[in-house]
Ligand binder design. Sequence first.
Ligand SMILES: Cc1ncc(COP(=O)(O)O)c(C=O)c1O
Length: 397
Amino acid sequence: MTKRKIYLDNNSTTQCDPQVLDAMLPYFSEHYANPSATHSMGRFTRKAIEQARAEVASLINAKPNEIVFTSSGTEADNLAIRGISKALMGKGNHVIISSIEHSAIIHSLDHIKKWQMGEVTHLPVNHYGIVDPDDLRQVITERTILVSIIHSNNEIGTIQSIKELCAIAHKKGIYFHTDAVASAGKIPLDVKTLGVDLLTISGHKIHGPKGVGALYVKEDTQIEGMIHGGHQEYGIRPGTENLTGIVGLGKASMLAMNQLKQDECKKIETLRNYLEIGIKNRIPEVKVNGHPTQRLCNTLNVSIAYVEGEALLMNLDLEGIAVAAGSACSTGKSEPSHVLKAMGVEDKYINSPIRFSLDKNNTKEEIDYTIETLVKIVERLRAISPLWKEPKPAPQT
Ligand SMILES: Cc1ncc(COP(=O)(O)O)c(C=O)c1O
């Protein structure tokens, strides 16, 4: 019998939609000319890139000429941080981020600090993972050139009040970047309403291909590229374009917009809530990490006391259920998640998070199976834990 496979790790990556693959395929075979070539075959592929640029722009209500294609969300984040830091070197060198950013932001700034090219302030978050706008107001200095706050966190799903935070930075004439990789396709993103100057998205998180991302750069923003070469992507990101990837990202953006219009997210949220209630009702001593409502529709990060997250992950995997223990990027490391640490999660819950991230393809039947399986695994693991004590039944009144 083939083992069942239930994929609940969509914040790590999503399945490439068959319609995206179909859109990409001709650009591997038939239409392969260099988009910079002036012959008609080149003009054809150039047109495909410009169409994809318009499609990505429409997902976030930007102008097409404000989209810069990159190799990933990671590269787009690096470009935002390092590109602004380089361009504004004469003006200042201080960057403010939250303490729950993705490693693409954190490590990009570590690099800047290491080479003594700048200073970084990490804003605290409350126990739901929310940045307090007053904290931002207090740390802005004369030397601040950029604020970068994640739109929604990929581990816990908490959504920040980006519009308000951005307005604070703008009042002081400071650029604002947001990493919207986890949010894209799940909540409407409108760069005009948010007011941001820079915004990152990634193809493989919205049922597009891996290895392609985009940075929104508002018109007239001062930014310098990290690599040097030809004129592609306005000279900010030179190199012959990833034609197939870009076409795929364009198509995935259109599908993501349809998903938002049809309110597929509501359906995903209903299923996510069903999973959350199922776990809370059946397993004692669990804690949901993240904001109860200001949270991505598909994300459930739950800590189960006296059970290691990694042990849960492996046992679920043996039953055909794919989840993450913390963030995809920290999997394999044994130290607690920097996000949960920043939220001040208690010791008994900090090593036991597992993240379920759903998508439109998941079914109620899969969720029922997941709850049943999880209950059995937790009982088994707790039975051999020296710390676990069965809660006493409530006294009869
Ligand atoms: C919030 C966030 N930002 C950035 C990235 C990096 O994107 P990519 O995998 O395209 O490099 C990820 C990937 O996990 C992410 O979740």
